[in-house]
Design a protein. Sequence first.
Length: 275
Amino acid sequence: MTIPPSAPGTPAVTPADQGVGPLLRAWRERRRVSQLELALRAGSSARHISFVETGRSRPSEEMVLKLAEHLDVPVRERNALLLAAGYAPRYPETPLDDPALDALREGMERLIRGYEPYPALVVDATYNVLAANRGITLLLEGLPESLLTRPPNAMRLTLHPEGLAPRIRNFRQWRGHLLAQMERQIALHRSAALRELYEEVAAYPVPESATGGEPAEPVPYFALPMQIEHEGRTLSFVSSISTFNTPMDVTVAELAIETLLPADPATVKYLHSLV
């Protein structure tokens, strides 16, 4: 199942007219790095960092990018820092259906197809599903069309009471894991769109069928599994998320490939029986 990307990218949440100094200071404090430590990392001085943050010194374009790198600022927000400092954005935001990304898109689709019969999907920065394989389609069978409207959202599909939530046997535990994951991403990316999604899905009622905080079965697994009912049997998966190293495009930087690895022999045997 391939889904054309139709949702716009997550907008930067920091106004360019705030000035680069306060923005850099906010990122430094968010990362809990002192001015001296940042200066040592960037080959500068604490005095210069202080001058930049207070607006007494205008950093060069190179220095803005160097500080952003050492503060692990997301690519989209690096553009916002450059704009605030009076420079042009460095990183383009290419639509995923642009011919320039044909090879990347085809490679991702080939990757998730090759992962079958195990589930795999590609999501953007706000968990909109851009592509999914037949393993994912299997898990989504029977969900209402309202949740599958393009582009479907992985968090809504999983946590909505009309979605997968009633089928997940250890739902409270899995829900807690997903919400904590989103909280970590909000702290890193400062995304208003992600915050809005978090508030929406966190407010969903927990299905009455959801079990308590413990998994439905004892879990001798190496990682927390999602235990989901499918046609009278319980399938168990652990999740792995991959992103691109050193991306130079906002769109590519915000892509993630999630794979669901079978967590027990019974799940492996069942999925292979469907091939």
